[in-house]
Design a protein around this ligand. Structure first.
Ligand code: NAD
Length: 262
């Protein structure tokens, strides 16, 4: 019996990507939004603060000349996500990609973590990702084309990070399982789903900039001899999302400088 490939559409001239959590100044999301815009994507920025999201969108259009929209959305708020994706679908070019980057971390040890904190981590990192992806997939299916990238963490693979503990690692491990399942379930609609699992990257998520002392410590476990940058992660995401990434699905890209090799 001849194998019939699923009908995947060609990339449109200007594809649109949603990048969640792209407003923080030194974050992975903002670097990813800029990298995608440089590659010719239109970008929708979803972050908590409306004004900060709009400012990033303006910066993207100014610097890269591509359409961009910045919206203030708590991704854990289901209705807000439904409304935001509907607006993106109506106002930007064809939606092709979603980068589930928005996330919160917690250094609280397992024996001390409160129910409230545990639930908030899962509300944002897991349920928020579910809401955004579900709405995006509805649009992807209309066009038989879609790319999903979950931003997980090395913490999910190695049992805690240098900062995050069980609530964070558990929520980030859920993202790996979700992406792999989407890869299997959604392939027939021309949709791929992958994850990136960054090691320690110099951003503000760990409650402040990485101190030089901390970097020295991290370097001991890094074969590449330097701490990761937001551009390192953005490059990996752009590859999985882009035209050349179409034959990768269910993959986890370990962007960690070799700190965790398995
Ligand atoms: P960051 O704190 O700079 O970025 C996180 C962004 O998510 C912020 O802009 C924040 O406002 C936004 N956000 C938080 N809750 C939200 C919500 N409910 N709705 C919408 N937006 C929300 O940190 P970062 O390091 O750039 O983190 C980006 C992602 O990378 C996170 O998912 C994080 O877990 C992951 N990650 C980071 C590292 C690292 O070392 N920095 C390592 C592995 C994975």
């Amino acid at each position: 019996m001849a194998l019939t490939p699923y009908p995947a559409s060609d990339f449109p001239e200007i594809p649109t990507a949603i990048v969640t959590g792209a407003a923080s100044e030194r974050g992975i999301g903002r670097a990813t939004a800029n990298r995608l815009a440089r590659d010719g994507w239109a970008v929708a920025v979803l972050d908590l603060d409306e004004a900060a999201s709009a400012a990033v969108a303006e910066e993207i259009t100014r610097e890269h000349g591509t359409p961009a929209l910045g919206l203030g959305v708590d991704i854990a708020d289901e209705q807000a996500v439904v409304d935001a994706v509907a607006r993106i679908d109506a106002e930007l070019p064809q939606l092709v990609g979603v980068v589930n980057n928005a996330g919160i971390s917690s250094p609280t040890p397992f024996t001390e973590v409160s129910t409230e904190e545990w639930k908030r981590l899962f509300d944002v990192n897991v349920h928020g990702t579910f809401f955004v992806t579900r709405e995006a997939v509805k649009v992807f299916r209309r066009h038989s084309l879609g790319r999903i990238v979950n931003v997980s963490s090395a913490s999910a693979e190695r049992g805690g990070g240098v900062y995050g503990r069980a609530a964070y690692s558990g929520s980030k491990a859920a993202l790996l399982g979700m992406a792999k399942t989407w890869a299997r379930e959604l392939g027939e609609y021309g949709i791929t789903a992958n994850s990136v699992a960054p090691g320690s990257i110099d951003t503000d998520i760990m409650g402040g900039r990485l101190s030089d002392e901390r970097k020295e410590f991290l370097l001991q476990e890094l074969p590449v001899g330097r701490v990761g940058t937001v551009e390192d992660v953005a490059g990996g995401i752009a590859y999985l999302l882009g035209r050349d990434g179409g034959y990768l699905t269910g993959v986890t890209l370990d962007i960690n400088g070799g700190s965790h090799i398995h």
